[in-house]
Design a protein around this ligand. Structure first.
Ligand code: ZN
Length: 246
């Protein structure tokens, strides 16, 4: 399995970069998880639009779905230009019906519901979900291709059940919106100390900090997480690549 970070900013993108977007590849299949602002542009630095096989969305906040509309136009226009019919499935929860309905556009994209308690099979991937603590309904994901396993926390404040959910994962992609001294409980976000605690208790092989804040020194996030977790920690960045062999 290979992961490429397309975007990693929380809230809004810095100039020339994107908010949440993560490309997973296995066996030639290409799955995009979350599609925030500027993700469609940055995605095309790695693959073309018609190479995308499926999209899964954690929740319907702008920094995770802003580029769904442009992606739908992209699929529609690309199909016309190349005279190739392909309907891109976009998986989302239906706890917000109005948002879910928007995932279907002409025959370019089709919205498909996922359920918290049901494993989802997409190409070589199997995905299971965990409801997070966030102002909008949101789901963390365990993504496996049967050879390796990656956890994506999506947006959440600290929950104890992330520890069993993440145990022994090859990679934990954790939202780290806040520095250690900040409490994200009411905002629905985690700080660096909480993320490090989950990584340590779950004994994950690597930790990737993402959904990063627009202030402070990101190197402090690593140092603070490292006080809890002794394994390898990276900061997400545009084009960052992780392979299951790493
Ligand atoms: Zn959110």
């Amino acid at each position: 399995m290979q992961l490429t970070v397309i975007g990693y900013w929380g809230g809004f993108p810095n100039a020339g970069e994107a908010t949440s977007g993560y490309l997973f590849e296995s066996n030639g299949f290409r799955l995009l998880i979350d599609c925030g602002s500027a993700v469609l542009s940055k995605l095309q630095e790695t693959i073309s639009i018609d190479q995308l096989d499926a999209v899964v969305l954690s929740h319907y906040h702008h920094d995770h779905v802003a580029d769904i509309g442009p992606l739908q136009y992209g699929c529609y226009v690309t199909a016309l230009i190349h005279n190739k019919k392909k309907t891109l499935p976009i998986y989302g929860h239906d706890l917000d019906q109005a948002a879910f309905q928007k995932l279907t556009y002409k025959d370019a994209t089709i919205g498909v519901v996922y359920k918290e308690k049901e494993a989802l099979s997409i190409g070589p991937f199997s995905i299971t979900f965990l409801k997070t603590t966030h102002p909008a309904p949101c789901f963390a994901m365990k993504i496996t291709d049967m050879k390796s396993t990656v956890i994506y926390t999506a947006d959440t404040s600290y929950q104890e059940n992330f520890i069993p959910f993440s145990t022994n994962a090859d990679l934990l992609i954790a939202e780290c919106s806040l520095y250690a001294h900040q409490d994200g409980t009411s905002a629905g976000h985690m700080n660096s100390r909480e993320v490090g605690h989950i990584a340590q208790e779950a004994q994950v092989k690597q930790l990737l900090l993402t959904h990063l804040p627009h202030y402070g020194d990101h190197a402090d996030l690593i140092a603070q997480a490292n006080e809890q977790y002794k394994g390898k920690i990276n900061l997400a960045s545009t084009g960052f690549v992780w392979n299951s062999e790493d």
